[in-house]
Design a protein around this ligand. Structure first.
Ligand SMILES: Cc1cc2nc3c(=O)[nH]c(=O)nc-3n(C[C@H](O)[C@H](O)[C@H](O)COP(=O)(O)OP(=O)(O)OC[C@H]3O[C@@H](n4cnc5c(N)ncnc54)[C@H](O)[C@@H]3O)c2cc1C
Length: 802
């Protein structure tokens, strides 16, 4: 077939991601789709995948996506006539340790809540399903009958055929070598065989996606790692419907193939594949065997399936696969370049995820907006600094192993840290700060007291740091605490049309006096929260936008794409120019009075510049944690000075350092919702019970208003509630399933310890009919690691009983 000179949509890469994307675009009626593959279809990573396909994902939306993929794989052969190797053999996840068993039980409850059929089974029942497995050291297993396996190459060819049947063109042997950009958007591609004009380009280039993105200045943070499995000869008792087995405590999985086993896994420290750039002729190729590196997996596998000790090994396969800094794949339109989409970085789950991901990216391209809340995988969760190759290689060494590692609640990643630090970092560290990392920023989670105390071990029960965090909460409620919140995202929007643009984007009225701060949602056309932020009007044409630490790229993208051609505005990410020091608590006013002659603003939402020590800072009367408090916006270079002044002035006022664990618990106690937990593109202000920042009657219309007007007064599909545990002992973390009459009705979105209540409090959505049946005072149960604990719902936040 001749290379056309024009196609509306060009897809780069003919692995499973590219073929699924082509299939779904064509299925949605898009006729002008051209897929270009430098080698032959599947020749990159896809051809040598093991082919495990599971449904369970940590979030509701991602599980919905993978469930769709399984439905597709089950019907594709009938549609295209090409075999996929799909076998619904089910899967068994087993637990060796009591803690893993608790985690499996939590996952099982969540799976049921997400509509996945799962059964918790005994070790004997595990053995009934997988006769050659050793089960005497197991706590139990989770049986998922709907899971299965496929032949990755056949499946991909079947998707390709489905795409071709519906009019898509798939060409092999064409390398895309450049991207043509005109007027700030994709206009075409250069290839080894000539140029092709296009409107949309989708980067499905697998492990090449980072270097391909760089051709157009697009950040695609992924890096390849060597990834292994062994293939055995036939083994007695192994048959085609042998379930897929995952033994995460042993770091291994296995599945049947041609009467033998394919056994692989996720070793704790992986080997990044250090080749740069990845050659374009790396086609149907593998990397060298490394038995030393594989030994830990082999030993664990022999323990679990003793037949492996004598089974003839046909090969140790080592193929590269791409991994991302957080272990989630990358989807969406690049913030750097309009018309440039990405669907890549599958972290060894590209066969399982591509069916759903291809559908989602097709919808995103065709509708111009993500079809649902895809924040977990959204390309805008990254920033250009994250494309650093040394950092990516080091992080990849860590993230591969996280697949099966025991993930403790609040566990932080360890590599590539510290990277972004506030000027106070060393001082806070010396005072015992235990840091977490968000968007590259080091942020104090809590303070060890004394500072030299060891970091408590991770666990599933009441955390070892809780008493310190309760002390921090006490300071906020009874004295004064200092939070370093410098990681906040900060955007400066200025220009003649800045106000008009913001009025269109913000649900609240932002045409306010200079110095005034306005909390406002930015909604999508469905009425869901694209973001919620604070707008500070500096003067007539300048606005400072304060948003979540990880949201700067996303919000800048959302704002940028709504600027009309005739509008004059400039948007600048100024996150790293200003630090944010928050003084919270009843003694905050007295403390500030000691720091200079200017009184800080008294009214909530007011801000003004004040002298503080020898510096000028902006003080804003704000409170995310509830109660009195000010946020101080301090030029970076004066932050150490200001902190020194505050500290000295705090003498005798009970000033304490406090971190994000206390902040989170306090905001839950105060009923404040957080974007990414309670708020997201799929939640409306009605569902979130957060209409305070929505002015349906403001003179200028805003995005999402029509949707809200249509929804007003209608019964909601879900409702946010607060929950208070009945007993003080159980510790909930968030993510627990909410049960009414034994049935799952939703999950906790956030949880923390309330000092005021003397027990855990939480926020969470109840869904379906329960949204109209669960009210303040309704008793519910929470599934805590498989054990039901009693709690009570509150329909709007009231400070819990002391
Ligand atoms: C050992 C191993 C076991 C695995 N097991 C599983 C499993 O059990 N289950 C599972 O879900 N996943 C598994 N995976 C992961 C899975 O294989 C990948 O996630 C998936 O194949 C990625 O598909 P892709 O289409 O993104 O990338 P690829 O298959 O690599 O496709 C990308 C394509 O883009 C082409 N390309 C790149 N640059 C250009 C260019 N400039 N011009 C034209 N073409 C270009 C490449 O040639 C390549 O064919 C495994 C991976 C490995 C290595």
């Amino acid at each position: 077939m001749q290379l056309p000179t024009h196609a509306r949509i060009v897809i780069v890469g003919g692995g499973i991601a590219g073929c699924s994307t082509a299939y779904h675009l064509a299925k949605a009626g898009e006729r002008d789709v051209l897929l270009l593959e430098q080698g032959r279809l599947t020749c990159g990573t896809t051809w040598h995948a093991a082919g495990l396909v599971g449904q369970m994902r940590p979030s509701r939306t991602m599980t919905r996506m993978s469930k769709y993929g399984i439905e597709l794989y089950g019907t594709l052969e009938a549609e295209t006539g090409l075999a996929t190797g799909w076998k619904p053999c089910g899967s068994v996840n087993v637990a060796r340790t009591p803690e893993r068993w608790q985690v499996l039980q939590k996952q099982a409850a969540l799976a049921r809540s997400f509509g996945v059929e799962v059964h918790l089974i005994t070790p004997d029942q595990v053995r009934e399903r997988v006769s050659f497995m050793r089960t005497d050291d197991l706590q139990g297993g989770m049986w998922i009958p709907g899971d299965g396996k496929a032949n990755p190459a056949d499946l991909t060819m079947s998707l390709a055929k489905g795409a071709r049947n519906r009019g898509a063109k798939l060409l092999e042997g064409v390398e895309v070598t450049g991207v043509v950009v005109e007027n700030g958007r994709v206009a075409g591609v250069r290839t080894s065989q000539g140029d092709v004009r296009c409107e949309v380009l989708i980067n499905c280039a697998g492990q090449w996606a980072r270097q391909f993105g760089r051709l157009a200045g697009v950040t695609v943070p992924l890096f390849p790692a060597e990834h292994f499995y062994v293939v055995t000869d036939r083994i007695e008792g192994v048959h085609p419907m042998t379930p897929v087995v995952r033994d995460p405590d042993g770091l291994i999985y296995f599945k049947e193939e041609v009467g033998g086993l394919v056994m692989g896994g996720f070793e704790p420290r992986a080997k990044p594949w250090m080749v740069d750039p990845i050659p374009s002729d790396f086609q149907f190729q593998l990397l060298g065997e490394d038995w030393d590196h594989f030994e830990i997996l082999m030993n664990n596998a022999i323990h679990r399936a003793p037949c492996l000790e004598t089974a003839p090994i046909k090969m140790l396969l080592n193929g590269p696969e791409s991994f991302t800094p957080d272990g989630n794949f990358i989807l969406g339109e690049a913030p750097e370049l309009a018309g440039f989409f990405v669907c890549a970085g599958f972290n060894s789950a590209g066969i399982a995820n591509s069916g759903g991901a291809g559908q989602l990216i097709a919808q995103w391209v065709l509708n111009g907006e993500a079809p649902m809340d895809l924040w977990d995988v959204d390309i805008r969760r990254f920033a250009p600094f994250m494309a650093n190759r040394k950092a990516l290689a080091e992080r990849t060494g860590e993230t591969l192993g996280l697949h099966y590692a025991m993930r403790w609640p609040r566990q932080e990643l360890e590599t590539v840290r510290p990277l972004r630090t506030s000027p106070l970092y060393d001082r806070l560290a010396a005072r015992g700060a235990e840091f977490g990392s968000k968007f590259g920023w080091e942020r104090a989670n809590y303070f060890r007291r004394p500072a030299a105390a060891p970091r408590p071990e991770h666990g599933l029960g009441r955390p070892g740091w809780l008493d310190w965090v309760i002390e921090e909460q006490r300071a906020v409620r009874e004295a004064v605490a200092l939070f370093d919140q410098s990681s906040f995202g900060k955007l400066l929007l200025q220009g003649r049309d800045a106000l008009a643009l913001l009025q269109r984007l913000c649900a609240n009225e932002v045409d306010v006096a200079a110095g005034r701060m306005v909390y406002t949602p930015m909604l999508n056309a469905r009425g869901g929260f694209e973001s919620d932020l604070t707008v500070l009007r500096l003067d007539e044409q300048r606005f400072w936008l304060l948003t979540g630490s990880a949201q700067a790229t996303r919000d800048a993208d959302w704002i940028g794409r709504h600027v009309a051609a005739h509008e004059h505005v400039t948007l600048t990410d100024v996150s790293a120019l200003t630090c944010v020091l928050s003084l919270m608590g009843p003694n905050a006013a007295a403390l500030l009075a000691r720091c200079g002659p200017d009184a800080p603003p008294a009214k909530l939402g007011e801000s003004k510049e004040i002298d503080l020590g020898h510096a000028r800072v902006r003080a804003a009367r704000m409170s995310y944690v509830g109660g009195p408090g000010w946020e101080l916006y301090v030029p970076v270079e004066m932050t150490r000075h200001v902190e020194g002044v505050l500290r000295e002035a705090g003498d005798g006022l009970g000033l304490a350092d406090a971190g994000y664990y206390a902040l989170d618990a306090l905001r839950i106690e105060a009923g404040r919702r957080a974007w990414g937990a309670e708020l997201g593109p799929d939640e409306t202000p009605f569902e979130a019970g957060l209409t305070v920042g929505v002015k349906l009657d403001k003179p200028s219309p805003f995005i999402g208003r029509d949707a809200l007007l249509a929804l007003q007064g209608q019964p909601s599909a879900k409702k946010l509630l607060a929950f208070v545990l009945d007993a003080p002992e159980p510790y909930v973390w968030g993510g627990e399933t909410i049960l009414v009459d034994g049935q799952p009705v939703g999950e906790l979105s956030s949880a923390g310890w309330s000092r005021a209540a003397g027990r855990c409090v939480a926020l969470g959505y109840v869904r379906g009919p329960a949204a109209n049946e669960v009210h303040a005072g309704t008793p519910v149960r929470l599934d805590l690691w498989g054990r039901p604990v009693d709690a009570r719902a509150w329909d709007r936040w009231v400070r819990p009983p002391a």
